[in-house]
Design a protein around this ligand. Structure first.
Ligand code: F6R
Length: 594
């Protein structure tokens, strides 16, 4: 993971680098650092958040520099292990996102040749390799170093000898922000939004040399052109806008996100044709690969497609996909990834592409690696998501999956019309949850005093139990398990007692009676029960300890409403526990290691 930035222009580099880094902290935030050139290279790095470094870093003069925010892989978070790293002479400073998989071999070799290492990181071999090969041309030296490096990288290199930045990428994202008389390098678009909306997305094996007025991109030493794009996101999208946390801001953006993601789909009389979603003629078997919250979205997608079309949908956790024996070859595989950079999803896609399977990405990030390696990309319109816990991007994925299901051929027109009309009502229903607190804050206060919680759901809301538990544990650090409600009695019910709350998602569908039985089973073991139930359910209050009321919706769309309620529950619980909600410990938003 990690975020890297670079700047070259006429402004003082330090504030630009730190400002850009502050927008990339979702990629890692256990330490950060910058290097600025003013004749020689000056470095400041520490195990602090960027906002602290903005206040505490010494004056570093110079109009060219690089920066890094870290999610530790090799070596604990420490000042020494933070980036930028340098060679023995201090002439080359490097920031790196990725993993140098053959670093041990390279390090041994370099050590024999007299190089002295100071950190435990894999990344430190890169400046030493550049030093080894430098003979007056920094691009040549970077190329020669990268020829020997195995693994993944996005790097930015600062050299004391030349007024330019050199950068390269392989299997880790890197963009160039094009300004007037200034240029930027960054892992992701939010870093440049304060300065420019012009962006070049780099491809694997690109080596770039950037001065304040020019960009030169080469592959194997041969010059190539890459198209410049206008970014659709704007800087307001990454501002906190008076909210206490990005997470709550992003939860509140969800009605807009649903409207934007639906977009033209609802304006069309024949929704399928104008949706822009065409996943091919052979739809005999579908496959979905994804991780974490995106996997939970995929589980709902599977349910909806199977229910509406009877097409078998296989779903895999992406990191498991490559290990399992496969008995069927899907006709189309759908990769779901908010960031579009998740390494586990990329390696699953590699296998699918080797098998010539048609691939479709559902992603929130235009230009992301996954969107470029798949045959078709469906873009969700969540806008940039800063908080590490996925909320609006997840809801946007659900909406995209509903649209996909509604776009597949062969649907009964009446059913389709009715579902589209329900889909249209979703922004309003989500607004209803956001407007009232629906009892969520008092439930959160209660929950915040516990250390173990079960979420139970059935049918299409079983994945919502998984997602509710994931959201709670990642931001409040409460241990939570998501369960198919009927499974609890097959073992885990042994854990239920008076201090183990159970959150039961009570849907108004054919699972209702079974869920009421499960609630009674939990109550009989003295477990406090919080029900998430529709506003008009008059019976539920008498059976449980707390009720979170949600607007009534059609069965198919109830996951959207229930997910928003559980996002709010996790948020307020974490707030009561005074957790660092937007940047939970040990996590990063874009998981670019396997
Ligand atoms: C949890 C969360 C993660 C991601 C997972 C996949 O809130 O955000 O579980 O869903 O790391 O990330 P993407 O969707 O970027 O592939």
């Amino acid at each position: 993971m990690c975020g890297i930035v670079g700047y070259i222009g006429n402004s003082s580099a330090k504030p630009v680098l730190l400002n850009a880094l502050s927008t990339l902290e979702y990629r890692g935030y256990d330490s950060c650092g910058i290097a600025v050139k003013n004749g020689s290279i000056a470095i400041h790095k520490d195990t602090v958040r960027v906002e602290v470094m903005q206040l505490t870093s010494p004056a570093l003069d110079g109009t060219v520099g690089i920066g890094h925010t870290r999610w530790a892989t090799h070596g604990e978070p420490s000042s020494i292990n933070s980036h930028p790293h340098t060679d023995c002479t201090g002439k080359f400073a490097v920031v790196h996102n990725g993993i140098v998989s053959n670093f041990q071999k390279l390090r041994q070799q370099l050590t024999k040749e007299g190089h002295v290492f100071s950190s435990e990181t894999d990344s430190e071999v890169i400046p030493h390799m550049i030093e080894k090969y430098y003979q007056g041309d920094i691009e040549e030296a970077v190329r020669a170093a990268l020829d020997e490096i195995e693994g993944s990288y996005a790097i930015a290199v600062l050299t004391a000898d030349e007024n330019k930045l050199v950068a390269a990428r392989k299997d880790s994202p890197l963009i160039i922000g094009v300004g007037d008389g200034e240029m930027f390098l960054a892992s992701d678009v939010p870093a440049i939004l304060d300065y420019t909306d012009r962006v070049i997305y780099l491809e694997d094996n690109d080596v770039v040399s950037v001065t304040k007025n020019a960009v030169r991109i080469t592959q194997d030493g041969v010059d190539i052109d890459r198209e410049e794009h206008r970014v659709l996101w704007n800087k307001e999208d990454v501002q906190i806008a008076g909210y206490d946390h990005y997470m709550i801001k992003e939860i509140h953006e969800q009605p807009r996100v649903i409207r934007d993601t639906i977009g033209d789909f609802l304006l069309s009389s024949d929704a399928a044709k104008d949706s822009g979603i065409e996943i091919g003629d052979d739809l005999s078997t579908l496959s979905i690969v994804a991780c974490g919250t995106s996997y939970h979205a995929g589980l709902i997608g599977k349910y909806v497609i199977e229910e509406l079309h009877g097409i078998p949908v296989r779903i895999d956790i992406a990191s498991e996909f490559n290990h399992g024996r496969r008995t069927i070859r899907p006709s189309v595989a759908i990769a779901i990834s908010q960031s579009g950079e998740t390494a586990d999803v990329l390696s699953a896609l590699k296998r699918l592409r080797e098998e010539s399977v048609k691939t479709v990405a559902i992603t929130n990030v235009p230009g992301s690696t996954i969107s470029r390696v798949t045959d078709q990309a469906i873009y969700t319109k969540a806008g940039p998501e800063v908080s590490v816990a996925a909320t609006k991007s997840y809801i946007a994925q659900l909406i995209a999956l509903y649209q996909l299901a509604l776009s597949l051929p062969g649907m009964n027109r009446g059913i389709k019309r009715s579902l589209i009309s329900q889909l249209k009502q979703m922004p309003g229903k989500v607004e209803q949850i956001l407007d009232g607190t629906c009892g969520i804050v008092s439930c959160a206060k209660f929950l915040s005093k516990h250390e173990n919680v079960f979420f139970i759901g059935r049918g299409i809301n079983y994945p919502i139990a998984l997602e509710g538990a994931l959201k709670l544990k990642e931001i409040s650090y409460i241990h939570a398990e998501g369960y198919a409600a009927g499974e609890l009695k097959h073992g885990s019910i042994a854990l239920l007692q008076e201090n183990t709350p159970v959150i039961a998602i009570v849907a108004n569908d054919n699972t209702y009676d079974a869920m009421i039985s499960n609630i009674k089973q939990a109550k009989a073991r003295n477990a406090p029960v919080i029900a998430v139930a529709s506003e008009d359910n008059e019976d539920i209050q008498a059976m449980v300890d707390y009720v979170i009321r949600v607007p009534r919706t059609g069965n198919m769309f109830s996951p959207v409403i229930n997910a928003v309620a559980l996002q709010l529950l996790a948020y307020h619980t974490a707030k009561f526990r005074e957790c660092p909600i937007d940047f939970p410990r040990n996590l990063a938003k874009s998981v670019t290691v396997e």
